[in-house]
Design a binder for this molecule. Structure first.
Ligand SMILES: [Zn+2]
Length: 487
């Protein structure tokens, strides 16, 4: 610097006087969401979540609970106020850096927190939110309210895509995922389980507290809190991978033989994608169920895991689908909910590869059948990677952007890629995808860029025609396939 010319020194001096950006911007409120085009209110602006601790304490009969969220976060702007996502539970206390903070809730599901002192950009801070909530029995007619469900003495969690905020305060977007510690306190008459490794069990009076640690990042939508009369069985998968299964104590004999399907699915997928991305795998087999890829602890219904249910429901392929999500969705999470095809299209694709290998189905033929029979009807909610949130109405708005476009349409787009680049390059793209974005979040344009780089050619026109088009393109290499009409 000292050796620079006078002119340069003058220029630097001038710069100092003319750049108002050097003054710290005044603190402002963080945005209500992270800018998701399907779910604008999910996640929160102004900070990154670094770590999360979620404590749930259930009373007798599991009819109510209190919960505490403790987030470690780092401010990405000077924050006068910031939000968490919360919809339903009653707030009882909020603290920022240990100091009580002002708060209010909105009908849109925002918990707006105003700390006594603004939080400065780049600084790490903690926020603690205490809530309480009732947990009514799920009814036979509508057994799946989003979030926690209680049913005949069991509790399970199905939060996808926006139900975690109905349980406790979180930053409820997969792009804001972070490692988590789960603590579940419940009457000792029931067992409890959550994602991650069991790190401690402590009995106190009539209650038992179990603490679990998931050291991978985990999105709130993928959390599993399970309580009920179950037994936990342990096994070992490939390369020593710990497997654990929470199984109804009364049905262990009926269900245990089918649990090996998890081990088989992991081995099948590892051959095509590389190593399983988690530190443990397994399942929470619950009395209610509804298959869901809750991280490292897939939710399964007990009645599809008995010998008869397993065979009658094609459960082997369902398990494969859910385990595929450990790579697609859990490890590589969507940046935006518009990118859901990267979870579901991928899981359907491998489910069909598996079905073809296992039951002698013709893989291409099964996709032709979808292409011809469903065709453009797959796009009723908009393009595969650009769904229109307004097309989900009423109660269905809660499950946007889940659609056949993301599932079957996504699988067809992947098949179009496969037919264009060939099997070897397709596998290289898939392996590179799950390796590069492991334990992170990525979107459709990231996939297009990575696929083009691995293939050594611009795959943008092909993939964009599939992913953003309002009608399905012709299937590469299959001029005889005729796309079904839009009805
Ligand atoms: Zn799925």
């Amino acid at each position: 610097m000292l050796k620079r010319s006078v002119a340069a020194a003058v220029a630097l001096t001038t710069l100092t006087f003319t750049l108002p950006a050097q003054a710290a911007p005044p603190p402002a409120a963080g945005a209500i969401g992270i800018g998701d085009r399907v779910w604008p209110e999910l996640g929160n602006g102004g900070y990154d979540v670094l770590d999360q601790r979620l404590d749930l304490r259930f009373g007798k009969g599991l009819t109510a609970y209190t919960a505490t969220t403790t987030l470690a976060a780092r401010a990405t702007q000077n924050l006068s106020a910031f939000d968490l996502d919360l919809l339903g539970p009653k707030v009882t206390a909020v603290k920022v850096n240990g100091v009580p903070a002002a708060w209010k809730t909105t009908p849109q599901g925002e918990l707006v927190i105003t700390p006594v002192k603004p939080v400065r950009r780049h600084l790490r801070f903690t926020v603690r939110v205490d809530v309480r909530n009732n947990l009514p029995e799920a009814s036979e007619s509508d057994p799946f309210p989003a979030g926690l469900q209680r049913y005949h003495g069991w509790v399970q969690t199905t939060s996808q895509p926006s139900g975690a905020r109905r349980i406790l305060a979180v930053s409820d977007h997969p792009a804001q995922k972070a490692p988590a510690t789960f603590s579940v306190t419940a009457p000792s008459t029931v067992n409890s389980i959550a994602n991650g490794k069991l790190v401690s069990v402590r009995a106190s009076g009539a209650s038992t507290t179990r603490v679990f640690r998931e050291s991978r990042k985990i999105a709130p939508e993928l959390m599993q809190f399970g309580l009920g009369p179950f037994t936990v069985l342990h096994a070992t998968g490939p390369h020593g991978l710990p497997l654990r299964y929470a199984v109804p104590a009364a049905q262990v004999k009926d269900i245990e033989p089918q649990l090996a399907s998890f081990d088989r699915s992991i081995r099948f997928l590892e051959k095509r994608l590389g190593r399983f991305p988690g530190a443990e795998a397994g399942s929470y087999v619950s009395a209610l169920g509804g298959e869901l890829e809750t991280q490292g602890l897939t939710l399964m219904a007990a009645d599809v895991m008995t010998k008869e249910g397993f065979e009658n429901n094609g459960t082997e392929a369902v398990v494969l689908h859910e385990v595929a999500h450990e790579w697609f969705g859990n490890s590589v999470s969507p940046k935006d909910w518009s990118d859901l095809w990267l979870n579901e299209g991928q899981a359907v694709y491998y489910e069909r590869v598996f079905a073809a290998g296992t039951w002698g189905h013709d893989f291409a033929e099964s996709l032709r059948e979808t292409y011809e029979s469903q065709g453009n009807n797959l796009l009723v909610n908009g393009p595969i990677a650009k769904p229109d949130p307004k097309t989900w109405t009423g109660h269905e708005a809660d499950v946007r952007p889940y659609s056949s476009g993301a599932y079957q349409g996504g699988a067809l787009a992947l098949f179009a890629l496969h037919e264009t680049v060939g099997a070897r390059t397709f596998e290289a793209i898939e392996r590179a995808w799950v390796r590069k974005y492991a334990n992170a979040s990525a979107g459709t344009e990231d996939f297009i860029a990575l696929a083009s780089r691995v293939a050594g050619r611009d795959l943008g026109p092909l993939l964009r025609s599939w992913l953003y088009g309002t009608t399905l393109p012709a299937m590469p290499g299959h001029p005889d396939w005729k796309v079904g009409p839009k009805s």
